[in-house]
Structures are given as C-alpha cells and as structure tokens.
Design a protein around this ligand. Sequence first.
Ligand code: ACO
Length: 162
Amino acid sequence: LKFLCLSNDGIDEHMIWLIGLKNIFARQLPNMPKEYIVRLVMDRSHKSVMVIRRNQVVGGITYRPYVSQKFGEIAFCAITADEQVKGYGTRLMNHLKQYARDIDGLTHFLTYADNNAVGYFIKQGFTKEIYLDKDRWQGYIKDYDGGILMECKIDPKLPYTD
Ligand code: ACO
C-alpha cells in the first residue's frame, strides 16, 4: 500500500494512475460533469494524493494549493465503491494534510462538501464555520451551489502519518 502525491508531469505511470483516479471520481461523483473532472485532474496547478494498492488506484483527493494564500481547495475526494468505510478515506486525508503543510506550506483547506459527505469531513476535522479571513480566499475559490463550504485548519506540528 502506498500514498503518493503527484500531478500531470508527463510520466507514463503517473498518467495511468491519474486516469484511474479520474474514473473513480466520475463514478463516485455522478453530479460532476465528467469533462470538468478530467480538466481539473489533468490540470498542472492541481495535485492528487492517492492510495495505490497492488499497482491499482483505490482512491484519492485532488486539490489546488494556493501557496501565496496558504490554503488549498479540495476539488474531489473519493474511494472506489468496494473499498469504502475501511479507513482509506481517513488515511488519505492525513497524508494530504502532511503534504500540504510540509511541501506546499498550507495552513488550511476549504472544500465544497456534498451533503452526504459532510459527516466524513467533520470526522476529518472540517467545520461548517469558516474562520479563515475572507481576504485570503475570496476570489480564489468559485461559488458552487451543490455543496456546503467547509474548512479545516492544519495543525502546524502534529505528525499526521507514520
Ligand atoms: N457520511 C458520514 N460518515 C461517513 C461517510 C459519509 N458519507 N463516509 C465515511 N464516513 C465515516 C466512516 O463511518 C468513518 O467513521 P468512524 O471513523 O467513526 O468509523 C469515517 O467517516 C472515516 O471513514 P473511512 O473508512 O476513512 O472513509 P472512506 O474510506 O469510506 O472514505 C469517502 C470516505 C471519501 C467519503 C468515501 O466514502 C467516498 O468515496 N464516498 C463517495 C464519494 C463522496 O461522497 N466523496 C466526497 C464528495 S465531496 C468532495 O469531493 C469535495
């Protein structure tokens, strides 16, 4: 089992995994237009943290780091159907927090959570209250009707992974 953070860098193996992840998002997020998913997953300003098991993608999180603003926007998050509720989603989020803090220098995440995923995000430390100064995120993330804006503060010191 491995956790990787990568983006569209032209490496064959990375492209295969990004396409696998895109297919999981398309299936698990049926309300999202497929072209929109492909565009963001392949966009070079987005990164994807993914779980790989036996050389297959089990799930992942695609996000856009706004380094100057020190926050990241989570665009998509999903685990393949037959591997849900086994703890992968939690481990994935912990790896994301570690990468975002240590590599991108981020302090917060924002996401538009689907109604049915609010419980998952609350368990990952997200809140419906937005404490982050509006100046830091307004104009950076787009308004989106189909979800609830949620925030997570990344602990500056906590070891999120072992
Ligand atoms: N609602 C409420 N609680 C949930 C949900 C949910 N939809 N999914 C998982 N949980 C709970 C689990 O019961 C578990 O609780 P516990 O720690 O008390 O046992 C905890 O959250 C973590 O569970 P994991 O096993 O780590 O979660 P999983 O691997 O299933 O990943 C995920 C969660 C990503 C939401 C997955 O179920 C999934 O892909 N769902 C379908 C797609 C989806 O809704 N994605 C999010 C859309 S919003 C967005 O992309 C920005």
